[in-house]
Every structure is written in structure tokens, then in C-alpha cells.
Design a protein around this ligand. Structure first.
Ligand SMILES: Cc1ncc(COP(=O)(O)O)c(C=O)c1O
Length: 338
């Protein structure tokens, strides 16, 4: 039986469900994924994830579709990105088949927690990879734990698809040009908390980060990619070595191209901001957050109406959500059944 939850009022917060899935890597091989109900995990106090940040994660969503089946949005892309992150942090990645098997096992054992169709909610799936060998010298672990949790979530921003104010955070950088900003290393998020918090204290729910070498080009928002729509309807998104390749962004680029829009992945200078008619932040959690204004060096740049998302971002948002909820033909084969 489905949980008694007010699905429409869900936020984006941790909630314990029936079970989680764990697989372990020892002696050069991965074990089978196993279902667990205990959320506590014994960990050696010297584990490399604790001391040297050998920790990485992913985030993806599963949806109850119009025909009541459950679809997971592009999990293979998350498996691949976790493998890229693991390589960069010299960790062992779970093979793609294990990654997918663990997610399926988790969802079929937590069906009561998957929000029903029509509520606007979804099941957030959080794969985690950590190095567990005790290390005092700085070197990679020999043992790893791959764990996957899930929880029902509503839209990331409480007001849903509604424009927000952004702030260009220049006091702190998010990522170095040849650092680890382009992978989903857990430490990136601790490094970004100070800047995001400072922005929130100033009244901005979201911060925009610049390239750390020159502070002249746009990188991305704290936890989402930057999309600019030009007055002649081009889709422009930054090409940078320190931006996380967002699966939502690559999907939206594809949809934009399907709609006949020109898609540009290139350096975007701050000076170009006034040329955009719409700006969005995109990622799994909120899909697209329309940005009404960007405050930068004392100047406020505004885009579209204060209380209404622009037409192009609205169209892109509806299309991707339509695919996710099984209302629009999944012509690119993005949804995987459980
Ligand atoms: C730094 C950063 N950029 C972008 C994204 C969006 O990526 P995705 O669309 O794959 O969720 C995320 C969230 O995962 C993120 O943490």
C-alpha cells in the first residue's frame, strides 16, 4: 500500500524509506547488490572517504507515468558519469550493470514510496560511492562501498516553476579550471556551501559562479547548469572544463534542437548577459529554474517577467516533464522501466 504522504506538499528533504541497496568492493571484485533496512553503516575511522575525500555521488529520478508504470530518467548516463568521477578520484566505479541492477532492486522494494502519477512528485535516487580502506598516507583505497538510497521528493524550489533571483558569487570560486568541478566529487559541495550560504543571506536562493581563472566567463550555478535563451531563440550554455556535465542540460539541448532551435556550447562572457531574453538553471532536482534577475557587481540584469517564466523555457520544461511522466512520446529512449 502507498504511504500516507501528502505527495503534493513534499519538499526536497531526506526521508527514510523501507530499504537501501549496498554493494561492496574487496580483493579487486564487486559483490552482488544487497537490500538492507539498516541505514547505519559501520565504517573504519581511518577510511579514505573521511580523511581524503574519496567520495562521490549521483542523483536521478524515477517517475510514475500516466500508464502507471515506473520510468527512470536516463540512469545509464548517471552510471557513466559516476565512472568518470571515480576515475578522476582514483576510485573503483561500480560497473554499469551493477549500477542499474542496484537501482532497479531499490525501486521494486520501495514501490510504496514512489509518488503516484499526477502529484508532480517523483522518487529521487541517490547513488553514493566511498573509499573505505583505512589510510593514513595519501593514497587510494583498496575497498569501496556503493550504496543507493531513495526518497520521494517534490519540486526542489517550493514555488515550483517560478522565476528566482540569482547572485554572481565572486568572493568564493566553486571549481578550479583543471580541478574536479567537472565531476560529482562530494567535496565540491562542501567547497560551495560558503558561497551559496552567503548568497542566501543576501536574499538570493541561487548563486552563479564564474570561471575561477579570469572571472570573466560564466561557469554554472551552485548545483545546476546555466542556460541562456537569446532573443533570436538560440539555446546557449557554457563550455568550460570546470562545469559538471548536466544530464538535464544535454537532454534539454536535444529537445531544443528537436524544436528547431540552434544550440551553442561555448564560452559565455559576463558582458553577454544583457543579450539573453531568458535564463534558466537546470538540473535533476528542479529540472529548470527560471532566473528573473542576476545581480552582479552592483548591477541588476533582469530577464522576462518577474512572476512568470519565459515562453521558451516553459516549452522546454513541459516537453522534458511530459517525457518523464509518460505523457509525450519518448522518442530518444530516455526512460528505463524497472
Ligand atoms: C554542480 C552541478 N551542476 C549541474 C547539476 C545538474 O546535473 P544533472 O542535470 O545531471 O542533475 C548538478 C546536479 O547534479 C550539480 O551538482
Amino acid at each position: 500500500m502507498k504511504q500516507h504522504i501528502n505527495w503534493r506538499e513534499l519538499g526536497f528533504t531526506y526521508m527514510q524509506t523501507d530499504s537501501l541497496v549496498v554493494a561492496e568492493y574487496h580483493d579487486g571484485a564487486w559483490g552482488k547488490p544487497q537490500l538492507r533496512t539498516d541505514t547505519m553503516m559501520p565504517l573504519h575511522i581511518g577510511a579514505s572517504c573521511l580523511h581524503y575525500g574519496q567520495a562521490a555521488f549521483e542523483g536521478l529520478k524515477a517517475f510514475t507515468r500516466r500508464d502507471n508504470s515506473i520510468g527512470i530518467f536516463r540512469p545509464v548516463e548517471n552510471a557513466r558519469r559516476m565512472a568518470v568521477t571515480a576515475r578522476r578520484l582514483v576510485m573503483q566505479a561500480p560497473p554499469e550493470a551493477l549500477f542499474l541492477e542496484a537501482i532497479r532492486l531499490l525501486i521494486v522494494n520501495n514501490l510504496d514510496w514512489v509518488p503516484p502519477y499526477g502529484t508532480g512528485a517523483s522518487l529521487y535516487v541517490r547513488p553514493l560511492l566511498i573509499g573505505t580502506t583505512a589510510r593514513v598516507g595519501v593514497m587510494p583505497a583498496a575497498d569501496y562501498v556503493f550504496a543507493v538510497l531513495c526518497m520521494p521528493v517534490g519540486p526542489y524550489y517550493k514555488n515550483g516553476f517560478y522565476p528566482v533571483k540569482a547572485y554572481v558569487q565572486e568572493k568564493y570560486d566553486r571549481a578550479a579550471p583543471l580541478g574536479v568541478g567537472n565531476v560529482k566529487a562530494s567535496g565540491n559541495y562542501a567547497a560551495g556551501m560558503m558561497g551559496d550560504l552567503e548568497g542566501k543571506e543576501k536574499g538570493f536562493p541561487i548563486c552563479l559562479y564564474l570561471d575561477s581563472a579570469t572571472h570573466t566567463c560564466i561557469d554554472e550555478f551552485g548545483t545546476s547548469n546555466f542556460i541562456g535563451i537569446t532573443t533570436d531563440n538560440r539555446y546557449v550554455t557554457p563550455d568550460s572544463t570546470s562545469v559538471l556535465p548536466s544530464i538535464t542540460n544535454t537532454s534539454l539541448q536535444r529537445i531544443a534542437a528537436d524544436f528547431g532551435m540552434k544550440v551553442e556550447r561555448r564560452r559565455i562572457t559576463l558582458k553577454e548577459l544583457p543579450e539573453f531574453s531568458e535564463i534558466g538553471a537546470c538540473g535533476t532536482a528542479a529540472v529548470i529554474t527560471p532566473i528573473h534577475s542576476i545581480t552582479c557587481r552592483g548591477a541588476i540584469h533582469t530577464f522576462g517577467k518577474e512572476n512568470e517564466a519565459g515562453a521558451t523555457l516553459t516549452k522546454l520544461f513541459r516537453q522534458i516533464q511530459g517525457i518523464q511522466y509518460g505523457e509525450i512520446d519518448d522518442r530518444h529512449g530516455w526512460m528505463m522501466g524497472v
